[in-house]
Write a protein that binds this ligand. Structure first.
Ligand SMILES: Cc1cc2nc3c(=O)[nH]c(=O)nc-3n(C[C@H](O)[C@H](O)[C@H](O)COP(=O)(O)O)c2cc1C
Length: 202
């Protein structure tokens, strides 16, 4: 007797999509594709971030303001789909195949050399650091720089595998373990928490 027409993995995939999408649906902003202005290397602090639906942009702006850092957005040549399900599928495929998507935004090496502290902001994707952040980590020489991670999530509040992954992708840097974790749906109400955390990093 047949109980299910679908492969068990398909059920699991649907359950995971539902888990991440339901709480976020109500407040999620539309997919955000705006780039930042070019960085100039006029301070020693860079705030590099990636976002799909905009929460990280909100957080990164406060981080940059409080740290007097310059904002840089990590964008891919091939943008992630507007559709949540399609974004979920593409990101899973990239993670499984260890694909590093090509980036559309870059920092000239002589400007990157001026920063000694890099805040790095990202949404948790599949319990881990999204692949574009890994492309970014591979593109520059971060030797001796301090990496301070912050992320938003929709349930994976401890960042899942992120801490381990960040140590692996920034092998020559000091990766700060006091990561800032903000629930995406609370991002807009977290200015005080973000600023307090940045103050602790100085
Ligand atoms: C492709 C994809 C995968 C996700 N995977 C997770 C996850 O594993 N754990 C989690 O808590 N949230 C997950 N989320 C939810 C996002 O981390 C969360 O909504 C975050 O606040 C989005 O930030 P953003 O608006 O800057 O893109 C995922 C979202 C997307 C689009």
């Amino acid at each position: 007797m047949k109980y299910s027409l679908m492969h068990p993995c398909a059920w699991l995939f649907m359950a995971i999509c539902l888990f991440f999408s339901l709480p976020a649906c109500a407040t999620r902003t539309p997919t955000d594709k705006r780039p930042e202005a070019a960085v100039k290397g006029e301070t020693k602090v860079l705030v590099a971030y990636m976002t799909w639906s905009g929460h990280l942009r909100t957080l990164a702006e406060w981080v940059a303001d409080e740290s007097k850092g310059e904002l840089f957005r990590i964008l891919t040549v091939n943008p992630y789909p507007e559709s949540y399900t399609e974004a979920i599928m593409r990101s899973k495929e990239e993670l499984n195949n260890n694909t590093l998507p090509e980036l559309a935004t870059h920092i000239p090496p002589e400007i990157m050399a001026k920063y000694n502290t890099i805040y790095i902001g990202f949404p948790i994707w599949w319990y881990d650091v999204p692949m574009p952040v890994r492309t970014f980590a591979k593109e520059y020489d971060f030797a001796g720089k301090k990496i301070i991670p912050f992320f938003s999530h929709q349930g994976t509040s401890d960042g899942g595998q992120s801490a381990k992954t960040l140590k692996a992708i920034f092998p020559k840097s000091e990766v700060v373990s006091d990561m800032l974790s903000i629930r995406g749906t609370k991002a807009k109400d977290s200015e005080a928490a973000v600023r307090a955390w940045v103050k602790k990093q100085k």
